[in-house]
Design a protein around this ligand. Structure first.
Ligand code: SAM
Ligand code: SF4
Length: 340
């Protein structure tokens, strides 16, 4: 039982990193097919019975919260394709100890769901927006849908979430022409935009280093257009983004996992949609929480799995090291999102 657990032990790994952040993937399915994440056809989705139920996710989160997890981010696949997601949001919002509940979404279904999510207790949203042009959207997502995403962003703003950020994956050969239009859109609508470097987690394994558009290059382009950017305050040292301010004070961020790895401050744990606990996007090992959840295991057993996963965390992802091995899973199968 949770009451009997040794809750004094927080989740510290062997490099002193205290884990307070959990990313929860609620599905591996998605309504679009971004080439940097999913294969175009025949994505190997898990049978639905293998996905954790809302009750199983809630139980896992209660144990994680008793071990010091404070911030949750719901992700996927596309979380909004999971049936009745606001019910899960309400359950997680009520877990003692959780003080921050956020979600990352592609925004396609947000116009219909934003009100219910806000009412259920969702506090913050990251919405993916890589382009302001429909034809580029289609090139990336292999589906049409930019208008739906923009409608989702508009409705999320109406609902008054505590903070809405926009995420753009930066890809050489595609993003160069999007930098200024995306920044203008974000500034006009009072949202922070963050550019994320393309990581080797795509389902078709086409990633190559020359497709990475480094954050520094984007920053230079923005400065040429808008004037000098000054480093912003860093309230949370574990935040993966380096934020800057435009001359008018508005924020812009860069998440540079490839060119400037931030592993030394990483405090994030992940659980996949089918209940495998991971200590890194690039981890090649997983710890099976579902077997405990479905096999009659105790909360102490779950806590032991979480602790073991944290204890085994490596110092860094190693993308830039000679022997780097891509994980078997692509982004949609892990539960992506580098950001806070
Ligand atoms: N479907 C939702 C979405 O797209 O926002 C949530 C899941 S998605 C896997 C989470 C985030 O990871 C998105 O911002 C997406 O753009 C980003 N992402 C996916 N594949 C990536 C890759 N290979 N490199 C960098 N970011 C990636
Ligand atoms: Fe779907 Fe998000 Fe992956 Fe794009 S990045 S395919 S929206 S899960």
């Amino acid at each position: 039982m949770l009451q009997k657990m040794n809750t004094s032990q927080i989740l510290v790994d062997s490099f002193g990193r205290v884990h307070t952040n959990l990313r929860i993937s609620v599905t591996d399915r998605c309504n679009i097919r971004c080439f940097y994440c999913m294969p175009h056809e025949d994505a190997p989705f898990k049978p639905r019975r293998e996905l954790l139920t809302f009750e199983e996710i809630e139980r896992f989160v209660r144990v994680a919260a008793a071990l010091g997890v404070r911030k949750l981010r719901i992700t996927g696949g596309e979380p909004l394709v999971r049936h009745e997601l606001p019910k899960l949001v309400a359950k997680l919002a009520a877990v003692p100890g959780i003080d921050d509940l956020a979600m990352t979404t592609n925004g396609m279904l947000l116009a219909q769901q934003a009100a219910a999510l806000k009412q259920a207790g969702l506090q913050r949203l990251n919405i993916s927006l890589d382009t302001m042009r429909e034809e580029t959207f289609e090139r990336i997502a292999r589906r049409r849908g930019l208008d739906q995403v923009l409608a989702g962003i508009a409705e999320a703003q109406v609902q008054g979430f505590r903070r809405i950020r926009l995420n753009a994956v930066a890809i050489r050969g595609i993003t160069e022409d999007e930098i200024v239009p995306l920044a203008e859109f974000a500034r006009q609508h009072n949202m922070e935009l963050r550019f994320i470097e393309f990581m080797p987690l795509d389902g078709e394994q086409r990633w190559q280093e020359d497709l990475v558009l480094p954050g520094e290059e984007i920053r230079a382009r923005l400065e040429a257009e808008f004037g000098p950017l000054t480093p912003a305050e860093r309230p949370d040292p574990s935040q993966p983004a380096v934020d800057y301010r435009f001359p008018d004070g508005s924020l812009i961020g860069f998440i540079n996992p490839v060119s400037q790895p931030f592993c030394s401050d990483c405090n994030r744990l992940r659980i996949t949609a089918e209940g495998q606990v991971r200590n890194c996007l690039f981890s090649t090992a997983e710890w099976d929480a579902r077997a405990i959840l479905r096999g009659g295991g105790s909360d102490d057993d779950l806590a032991a799995v979480i602790r073991a996963c944290v204890a085994a965390k490596k110092p860094g992802h190693g993308i830039d090291e000679p022997g780097f091995l891509r994980p078997q899973r692509a982004m949609f199968q892990i539960g992506g999102q580098t950001t806070m």
